[in-house]
Design a protein around this ligand. Sequence first.
Ligand SMILES: Nc1ncnc2c1ncn2[C@@H]1O[C@H](COP(=O)(O)OP(=O)(O)OP(=O)(O)O)[C@@H](O)[C@H]1O
Ligand SMILES: [Mg+2]
Length: 1013
Amino acid sequence: MNCIQCNLEVKDGKRFCSECGAPQFLLCPACNSQSPLGKSFCSDCGTAIGAPHTPSKQADSKNIEKKPAAIDETKEINSGERKVITVLFADIKGSMELIEHLDPEDARALVEPALQLMIDAVLHYDGYVVQTTGDGIFAMFGAPVVHEDHAHRALYAALRMQSKLKEYSARICAEGYQPIQGRVGVHTGEVVVRPLRIGNGQVEYTPIGHSTSLGARLQTLAPVGSIAASEAIRQLCEGSCEFNDLGLTKVKGVTELVKVYEVTGMGKQRTRMQRSAGQGFSKFVGRARELDAIKTAVALAQAGSGQVLAIVAEAGTGKSRLIFEAMADIRAAANVLETSSVSHGKTSYCLPLIELLHLYFAIEAQDDEYKRREKVINKIADLDPKLVDIHAYVLNLLNLGSSDDTLLEGDERTQELRTWEGIKRLFVRESVNRPLTLIFEDLHWIDDQTQEFLNVLTDAIGTARILLIVNYRAEYVHQWGNKSYFTQIRLDPLGQSTATEMLGAMLGSNEQLSDLKRLIVEKSSGTPFFMEEMVKALFDDGTLARDGKVILTKKLDELDIPSSVQAILAARIDRLPSQAKEILQTLAVIGREFPMPLILSVTGLSQDKLEKQLKELQLGEFIYETTVFGEKGYIFKSALTQDVAYNTLLVERRKILHERIGASIEAVFLSSIDDHIAVLAYHYGRSNNIDLGMQYLTHSGRQKLMEARKSSGLGSLHALIKSENTEFASDVRTTVSTIDSVESIWRYPVKSMAGEKLASVFVSDKGIVGDRVYAFVDEESNRTAVVRKWADNFLNYHPHFVSEPKAGSEIPTLQIVMPSGETITTSNSDVEERISTAFARKLKLLATAPPGLLIEVPKGTLGGSLSEVTEFPLGGGAPAGAFFDYGCLHLIASSTLDHLQKVYPKGRFDVRRFRPNIVIQSDAAAFIENSWVGRTIAIGNELVLRVSIPCPRCISVTLAQDDLPRDPGILRAIAEQNMCDLGDFGNLPCAGVYAEVIHAGKIQCGDTLRFVE
Ligand SMILES: Nc1ncnc2c1ncn2[C@@H]1O[C@H](COP(=O)(O)OP(=O)(O)OP(=O)(O)O)[C@@H](O)[C@H]1O
Ligand SMILES: [Mg+2]
């Protein structure tokens, strides 16, 4: 057991926490006697333990006394969390009219009980009352304690509220008052739950987010005396509750019309299996071995060797379905009685056992008390008159005994034990006539009394013709393991081929869906429920449609997590002790797998402490041990768990963690940093240190680009890019018309120096003639520099040719205007000396890139902790001899620059920052160039280009040059507006495109663009 206050372990039987001294029991407000946590009533005087007097005193209430077992307040105080919850708003309709003529005290006497019963209904289902107003309440389910069925609980609470209000209204009407009616609104969605200390060590929780407002608005739309719910609620609870479609409604503060439903009552499908059956089962796949094991147990029990068969697996793996599929065999051999625990039933006395007895005695909802008694007494008498002594106990358990029943012996506890004993005898006797199979599902939610009964029963099963089949999730613990007649079947998620078979049955064999199927199997890790829910969500949001066969209606890169799945996983994560949970969240930010040294560095914990926590996560089957980069490490068992854990963190917290992880990677992998560039780019790119992120981002993109170009050559470059634009491009054919034209032409005679603007130019197969034909190279190191290192100031040097260069001819003399205004020329021998002096290093002017020339990039690019600059080969795939980084022609559309200017008005999106060769005047959408990738474009009468890749941007666009100031916001704006998936090269901020020349030719400003098909 964990302490209700500090959540550290408290030894069994201890009444106070040895760490913080908090009592671990409940105190009865009436007689002061102590009861164990979790009890609702005092066993000495029957008073409700700690029932709240006012909602603001929740810390004193039954609910809150249960709450701390699962909430670590200190943790939440520090951070707050993102959670998907259900909000419930309820108010008393017409309260003004109701109390109009009453004395305030009388009014209070009338309204307060109504409010109290609303609160009680919320507490009954473990909800949390956030606030009360004079005539209403605001409650939430799923926070601060996460429940996987928060939406169901909220609806059950709403229904209970309405039914209790009706009873109350009838009572006050009988006393001559106006009737009272309530309206309830319920909605589910993501919020931030922020805790607030309110003094006295108490904490209040408030959900913040749009979902809360929508819940409040729904309440005002609820028909009087009824419950209004949103589409999100209907999707989660269809079948468990009855919904009446009220149609689309305009809701204040919401742009689109909102679908509203009236909740009219409980549905027939109480368990998930019943709901699945209601919607039509998926084709059953696999599980042959497990079905055989059930058959064996059935046969043994039938032959008089009673068995306990346990099926254990995580939520949604198929425990219930397996039993369902085995049912034909089970029924052929025996009488079958089935029952299950429900998540909100842990504190309900003997609920599953009572349900089982109702089935056994064939008691139906409409039977009155007399009939029920009669059924019980007759059935027991018919079975065996010797069992007459158990009547009173069974009747008492079923709430059918009368209080003066003298047949009950002993105190309450003795009576309880005799009840279990009696029911055991009943079932054992029954099995003499015909073998009996008892099925108890979901023992992880079982109440203490039903558990006690099962312990008594299992002791006696070995020699009876009884098969007890139970199922539970991994967190449940029992004491039956050492019984010779106990068998446990551990159900794993479906293997890849079985999971694919299941999806095949759901989605058909359309080849278009193979990637999607792969993605679903990978994300769900083969858990059937998750697969079903993902497919359902894709149909619900229109991504999948049926048109004779199942088709994909749009491109899909990511799968959203359905809220039903998110709820299950979030609840699992929330059950972890606080420190283990915090570590899991941190691990989720690191990635799918993580080596031990990195975890140590990120968490800052000692090895011992960390290992203890990781053990906890391993035991809970959240992570597995593995080897990462040759070191001991761990991997998330399921990608979905990682996603859900990541999503619980506030964005601000994620950013801090990403930065911390980036710094840890730099420190831990200092000697092999080049292998980690992409992952550093990922983490810094998601941190507050976006500049560093950008540097890694672009560096990582370039690194990959160069490698790919080197190994595959220009022609296949495009094939390497996972272009998103094939479909988009076809739309563009009609929208990008020939009105797009050349606005300006730019040439950069010296690599990294300013450009010259031209009216017309000849474009050879190596790009614009004279473009980047010179570079200053560090003689000593054979390195050139990009405009981000010692060569920053190159941008303020303006070179131009004295005469127009011609393809295939000698390069003409170049004049360079220095920042001082002085001009130097390449025909003078002192040009190298002048530049070398200006940049304090020995620089050589080269007109041909020598083999092995390296580009030097700034120190900051590899993070503050690195002392070395990094270098990589220049122009890995550029035409031999030229000084291009990785493309010989660079185009950008004016609409892109205009758009960026609009979104970041303070920035100066001067074309000089972008160093393009051709600016295209275009009225099309911003970043229209993305859609040109892979297409062939003719400009003017001769030039034909093929666009190869969006142009990744780095910090050079942010640098100061001439009159333009340094401005990191420029790159940030691009990153916010246009991150492009460059496939193997990563996700990079892009503006403009690179192109290869297919047919050389002359161009001039004003030339129009045409797509060549
Ligand atoms: N082998 C299978 N083939 C096809 N569908 C399956 C299979 N196993 C489970 N399913 C489907 O997956 C869904 C979840 O299964 P089920 O309800 O049995 O999970 P569970 O382990 O009982 O989960 P819980 O712990 O939440 O009760 C159901 O809709 C079920 O029909
Ligand atoms: Mg189940």
